[in-house]
Design a protein around this ligand. Sequence first.
Ligand code: ZN
Length: 861
Amino acid sequence: MAHPTDDRDFRLPPSPRPVRYQAALSLDMERRTFTGRESIDLDLAGPSDEIVLHAADLEVTSAALYTGRGELAAREVVRAATSETVRIAFDEPIPSGRAILTLEWTGRMSAGLRGLYRAGDVAVTQFEAADARRVFPCFDEPGFKAAWTLTVDAPAGLALLSNAATASAAQSDGRQRVTFRETPPLPTYLVALACGRLVASDVISVRGVPVRTWSIPEKTHLCAFGQEVAVEVLPRLEDYFGLPYAFGKLDQVGIPEFEAGAMENAGLVTFRETALLLDPGLASLPVKKRVAEVVTHELAHMWFGNWVTMRWWDDLWLNEAFATWMSFKIVDGWKPDWRVWLDFDAGKAAALHLDALRSTHPIRAEVKNPDDMTESFDLITYEKGGAVLRMIEGYLGEEPFREGIRLYMSRHGRGNAVADDLWSALGEASRQPVVEVANAWIAQPGHPIVDVRRDGRRVRLAQKRFLSEPQPPPGGEATRAAPPGPGEIWPVPLVLRWEDDAGIREQRHLLRAAEGEVDLAASGGIAWLCANAGSTGFYRVAYDGAGLASLALHLGRLAPSERIGLISDEWALVRAAMREVGAFLDLVAAFGPEQDHAVLEELVVRLGGIEARLLDPGIRSRFQAFVARLLGPVLREMGWEAAEGEADSSRLRRAAALRGVGVVAREPGAVAEGRERLGRFLRGERSALEPNLHEVAVTMAARSGDGQLFDELRARFKVEPDPAFQRRYLVGLAFFEDPAQAARAREMALSGEVPLQDTAFFMGALLSNRTARDDFWRTLRERWAEVQERVGGAPMLLRRVVEAVGQLPERRHLEEARKFFAEHPLPAAKQAIAQTLERMRQDIELWERAERGVEAWLPRS
Ligand SMILES: [Zn+2]
């Protein structure tokens, strides 16, 4: 039966408010069920005759209310499936003031990766954004923060963890009963529980906070690095915020099946194993950096999100943008030689790419229901949001920005806040017009392209919204005829960097209008000008011919981040038909044997992107020959073996060159050597592959591999304890181009053999595989009901599957995808479908124009 509030967009009324939950759960691990009871202290602003709270797939078996006047019996308890609520009606009105609601219920562990679910032998919760209601009847919105005291009854012998430390524990009849201490006020999405065969590292006390890192027993040797990161970064975060860690203890747990990367439950952070566990002797540097980044990101949330919480999900970006930016800032302070801001730039580049679609959304987006919440966890919220915060920090200065953050924390600690609370704190601390700059970037979809023309010391600037498809240039005739409308202009904090007779210098300028001019305080002639110094701005730059030529002549004078930004911007201009692909390849060729590994990686990624789209085999092989000529000398210079004590930068430069030569150019000598070395590695000769080369070797070997190698990788995947290696072997199976092996991988994709958490990666790899993609695309559509059945309980992963379809390169694929998604709408992936179809159309149109351009540019062999 439905009640009047049974609507997907339903929001709870502001009263009653929960103040304290005391809840007990009893778990049946075998039957995957649980029973629960709780008492919730409520605060009622006015009298009422009903209470509405969230509950999904729970059977409420008893409900009663105690007020100052005694017990009120519930007249009826009505479930509403669409709004995921229960309404408890009473015969007499409930007076305002305090009341205690008691409930009992039963429920089941969920089949997907949300609510309370089984990941192998571990039962674990994942509540963000709106799944606490699958375990507890509760006020499941972030504005309702309350203290939680949890008691759990489970089989003896299993580890039992929650947000707070254990207060008391008892055992009888093969069962254990643990009561945890009361937490500080938490929103429901941060409540957590883990129960299973888990083992902890040694506890380390960090300024009095006990820190432990947990895994399943087979992986305890992989915990030390994640533990080290937490121990290193926790004090740095306390120092930045000027505020001690609030949650008493910290447990980090690697979970065998996990939907997202990690979850910042207060005091109990849960991780996908690849984001926490690694073998320090074998891990590549990117794998270590990723673990450091994720651990730090989750710990930053202990302040931003957990201590001060967004009022509603439309400010999810406040949590995620901040944690994203903060993580890089803290890791950079810990390990400056890792140059993690260049990795941040890679995320920013992906966000710029998405944000150049018409179907992008503003950072602060309207959120009405759980589907919208699921869709909010994307590149715009995290990476664009983080980049905009970085730009604002650059504009305000590091110290005033930090003072503003501290003010915000002290004002809203234990409570909730909205974006304007942050801007006003930053504005007070910095005495700068933060609101104007920030709100434009947060509220408007998209980002600008800034057209830069220099004449002597005078720089003429023009801006308009950048879209990655053919459009009139900013400042051109068409723009003058129709100037940018509202929402098409941003306050752009530009940092200009140039070289003159006095050296390299910088000047700041806030471009507020569609057009502007700056006179550079230069001395003597200007050799070159970069209009996004350090690539810290979230905008594209279009130089005129002379400006671009002077940069190409002085590439070595630019910072690596600026060289990467230049490549990225110039490629965006090709997409927008503002540059010819040949001009882009001229620029690439000008980089030659690039010394910086991060810049080289960027070049390889771009070249790989081009190679993947060339449909004509003749043009493709000529392009591959060009890549081999460009990068072969770097690989020959570096060789396959690392010298004793060789710097990470050299190791990564070797890996980038090998990816270019072996994966993009498919040079037969490199492929053969990769295969041979992987064979030795798999036979136990660990030194056969320098750790940073392992992934590339698996890719090269799999593409050219036979049934025997397929069997070997498949067997390895099942026994390998290190999660990064395990995933490489698994995804490697989807790279086989031998038709018989591709057919085996296709069958695996829809079987239970691929862990649910890896299904989207696996399918994405099959859709990128030239020989496998058409058959798999057909299978995917024919067996879509099975895909939905399997992946539906992890909607974030379902969205990844949709996005992976966007790699299909031909016009007929686009038509098929349009038809298919029109016939199979997905409420939790509406935005992903629109973005995927728009990007697919743009890519196909681009390559219909550009393939001949590549052909014309390539030398005849
Ligand atoms: Zn986060």
